[in-house]
Design a protein around this ligand. Structure first.
Ligand SMILES: Nc1ncnc2c1ncn2[C@@H]1O[C@H](COP(=O)(O)OP(=O)(O)O)[C@@H](O)[C@H]1O
Ligand SMILES: [Mg+2]
Length: 320
């Protein structure tokens, strides 16, 4: 095939795939937006594994009527000042201004939003680059709905996992958000049935919501400079590290092995070798000491001082 420049609409569809390659990506991006908006209640609905419908409703700041038409535009964001310095000091979960745009490219985006102090609400429909805005009435906050994901992208649709597998991963993802943001109200509804609900609590309460009261009764509080959360008592362990959860500045991350090892080392001889504890640890670092912009899903965060953070984690766990 000769070398050719892709028409912009094709280039766009490919790029959209970087942010949104499966329903789980949409859930993560919309939940990040709700958290960035300062919501205290987040409701998530999923139908048919997210391919028919994904809806995230929050009671956060909303989008002012005069800005709402821009929300689904590519690289449109309210979270980053347009200078390169700002990109090095990310303090929000979103910052690329691509999620709503990508959702509108990959599916049908519908958004209803109202800041508490504004009289009427705005309703936005976006399909590809076609954006329409209407006035409506709605409670304060934002509801974003994405329907018929990948219906216009048959190749992408064909490679999707079965709905049950996607629902399992979405449930695990929402569980991680609950664990790291236990002070909020959460609800995940799958095909009309409540899958996960959580009322505001501490980390132990979140462990109860996600893993049940038996696990919650077997955790200890970790509280140290820059490290907060819970770890299980030595009697509650698992053969795998699948319940070791970390966040950095509120963002659930795929933890580097160094951090998992630091937790296990914090137990010293209390933990039989080859087993892993349950932990939920929220790490805080200065914005300039971390970089969440290394992966489309932003789940990999580069830490400027990983050994230092690991040492803090080890000491915090040892002190629990
Ligand atoms: N749930 C929400 N509540 C308030 N504002 C929102 C919400 N979702 C999106 N927005 C607004 O729309 C903009 C674009 O969102 P998005 O495409 O996810 O990009 P980003 O989060 O990287 O800024 C955000 O910067 C924000 O101003
Ligand atoms: Mg976003």
């Amino acid at each position: 095939m000769p070398i050719q420049v892709l028409p912009p609409h094709v280039a766009r569809l490919i790029a959209a795939g970087e942010v949104v390659s499966r329903p789980l990506d949409v859930v993560r991006e919309l939940v990040d937006n709700a958290l960035d908006a300062g919501a205290s209640r987040i409701d998530i609905e999923v139908e048919a594994g997210g391919l028919s419908l994904i809806r995230v409703r929050d009671n956060g700041a909303g989008i002012p009527a005069d800005a709402v038409a821009l929300a689904p535009a590519r690289h449109a964001t309210s979270k980053l000042a347009p200078d390169t310095g700002a990109a090095l000091r990310v303090t929000t979960l979103g910052f690329r201004g691509e999620a709503l745009w990508a959702a509108a490219q990959a599916g049908e985006l519908h958004l209803v939003t109202r800041p508490a102090a504004q009289v009427g609400a705005a309703e936005v429909t976006a399909l590809g680059d076609e954006v329409t805005v209407r006035r409506t009435s709605a409670p304060a906050g934002t509801t974003v709905t994405v329907r018929n994901l990948f219906a216009r992208l048959p190749a992408r649709l064909r490679t999707q996992a079965p709905a049950a597998a996607e629902v399992r991963d979405i449930t695990a993802l929402v569980g991680r958000y609950v664990l790291h943001h236990p002070g909020l109200s959460w609800r995940l509804t799958v095909d009309g049935e409540a899958r996960l609900t959580h009322a505001p609590a501490d980390h132990r309460g979140a462990v109860a919501s996600v893993y049940g009261p038996l696990s919650a009764n077997r955790v200890l509080v970790v509280e140290a400079e820059g490290v907060r959360g819970v770890v299980s008592r030595p009697e509650l362990t698992r053969a795998r590290r699948d319940r070791m959860h970390f966040s950095v500045n509120g963002r659930p991350i795929l933890a580097p092995p160094e951090l998992e090892r630091a937790v296990i080392e914090g137990f010293a001889a209390l933990l039989p070798s080859g087993v892993a504890p349950l932990c939920v640890l929220d790490l805080s670092v200065a914005p300039e000491d971390h970089n969440p912009n290394v992966h489309p899903a932003k789940q990999v965060v580069a830490l400027a001082d990983l050994p230092g953070v690991a040492a803090r984690v080890r000491a915090a766990v040892a002190g629990a």
